[in-house]
Design a protein around this ligand. Structure first.
Ligand SMILES: Nc1ncnc2c1ncn2[C@@H]1O[C@H](COP(=O)(O)OP(=O)(O)OP(=O)(O)O)[C@@H](O)[C@H]1O
Length: 242
């Protein structure tokens, strides 16, 4: 907790990145990057292929042992990660996948999480009995049952069809409102970023080149002129001219 001179109390940031450099074979793919994410803030990260999005996410997740780098990086102790593929263990039933490694009343918490993602009654199913969307729901339940302060998501809906993706947007918003993790969502889908995030940032060659704070009222609709204006600016930052 920090107190400003004016007397306002602010929480310490959930993520604080300063001067972050990450290089593969001497080539910097993150270039003196600065990023702060507030507790409970939902940040979406856009960028062309190869701009460094996954490298940043892996750095925040502590999964980047194959890369050299410098800079300061502070994240909470309790971080969950969701990927494009659900990465469920095929030999473990759905509930066991959700609670793996948890202690205490894990089964009950796992059941509650599965109910939250709309999978009550599927506890005993095997992962291969579920659709791709359902498997991603299990992955979300597995992340959120751990009550993370930071949720990192690398294109979690990238492999899903358009309709399932829209349903997952509604679900993720609901889950984030209930659990209030800070979120960093990597996506290629500009509309997805505007629908979900409090703030959208655009990465290019390892630097943040644009930032939009999204203050549109819910439900956010791509038909809204304000939505279209933000989309146009983000596409411009991505080098797409309409
Ligand atoms: N293990 C690695 N070894 C060498 N270079 C790598 C490695 N991983 C990533 N890179 C390079 O680092 C750069 C950034 O990659 P990164 O995966 O972070 O981009 P990205 O924005 O997530 O791309 P995409 O949208 O295609 O997933 C790319 O040029 C990539 O080729």
């Amino acid at each position: 907790m920090a107190t400003h001179p004016g007397g306002l109390t602010t929480l310490a940031p959930a993520v604080e990145v300063r001067d972050l450099v990450r290089s593969y074979d001497g080539r910097a793919v993150l270039d003196q990057l600065d990023l702060t994410i507030a507790p409970g803030e939902f940040v979406a990260l856009l960028g062309k292929s190869g701009s460094g999005k996954s490298t940043l996410l892996r750095a925040l997740a502590g999964l980047d042992h194959d890369v050299t780098g410098t800079g300061e990086l502070a994240v909470p102790a309790n971080v969950s990660v969701v990927f494009q593929d659900s990465r469920l263990l095929p030999w473990a039933r759905v509930l066991d996948n959700v609670v793996l490694g948890l202690s205490g009343d894990a089964a009950e918490k796992g059941r509650q999480s599965l109910a939250e993602v709309g999978l009550a009654g599927r506890e005993k199913a095997w992962p291969n009995e579920l659709s791709g969307g359902e498997q991603q729901r299990v992955a979300l339940a597995r992340s959120l049952v751990r009550e993370p302060e930071l949720l990192l998501a690398d294109e979690p809906f990238g492999a899903l069809d358009a309709l399932t993706r829209l349903k997952m947007h509604v679900l993720l918003r609901k889950l984030c409102e209930a659990h209030q993790p800070a979120v960093l969502l990597v996506t290629h889908d500009v509309d997805e970023s505007i629908v979900l995030a409090d703030r959208v940032i655009v990465l290019d060659e390892g630097r943040i080149v644009a930032e939009e704070r999204i203050e549109l009222a819910a439900p956010r609709s791509p038909a809204d002129p304000g939505f279209a204006a933000i989309r146009a600016r983000l596409l411009d930052a991505l080098g797409v001219s309409l």
